[in-house]
Write a protein that binds this ligand. Structure first.
Ligand code: IDP
Ligand code: MG
Length: 154
């Protein structure tokens, strides 16, 4: 059986400024993902550099840290079967110009450096748990039963 797991998702400052939090959350809720944590927050440079540590040698790193700290982000922890991979599929390709219409980046983005949303990478083993730990304290996450469980999963 497919494992139930938690994944980390974040509406980036461009998505927050453009008023896309509710649409993005609506897509995930409608799909059946359970919200177990959510908060609006301002990232500082230290958190940004840690979060994007894998890209520290890339030419776009400074600009990425500038951008992600330029305004509030909306951070979420979502739970469901295969959640990390399913969220990435809903987000679409990293470059919105290549993202399929119908995906979040394909519907709302035009530029690689303004791609609206972050989600843990399912190809990076344990990235979801690392990122949840980085952004959320244990007491900010809520374990709860959702009434549609048996209507959503066989
Ligand atoms: P991902 O967000 O789809 O996991 P990554 O390759 O991990 O993509 O890159 C992290 C973020 O860095 C991207 O979402 C994008 O905002 C930014 N980024 C990646 N490559 C470039 C680039 O070539 N120029 C500018 N920004 C980039
Ligand atoms: Mg990535």
């Amino acid at each position: 059986m497919t494992e139930t797991e938690r994944t980390f998702v974040m509406v980036k400052p461009d998505g927050v400024q453009r008023g896309l939090i509710s649409d993005i959350l609506d897509r995930f809720e409608g799909r059946g993902l359970k919200v177990v944590g959510a908060k609006l927050m301002q990232m500082d440079r230290e958190l940004a550099e840690q979060h994007y540590g894998e890209h520290e040698d890339k030419p776009f790193f400074e600009g990425l840290v500038d951008f992600i700290t330029s305004g509030p982000v909306f951070a979420m922890v979502l739970e469901g079967q295969d959640a990390t991979r399913q969220v990435r599929r809903m987000m679409g390709a990293t470059d919105p110009k290549e993202a399929e219409p119908g995906t979040i980046r394909g519907d709302y983005g035009m530029d690689l450096g303004r791609n609206v949303i972050h989600g843990s990478d399912h190809e990076d083993e344990g990235a979801n748990e690392r990122e949840i730990d980085l952004f959320f304290d244990e007491d900010e996450l809520v374990e709860w039963d959702k009434i549609d469980g048996s209507w959503l999963y066989e």
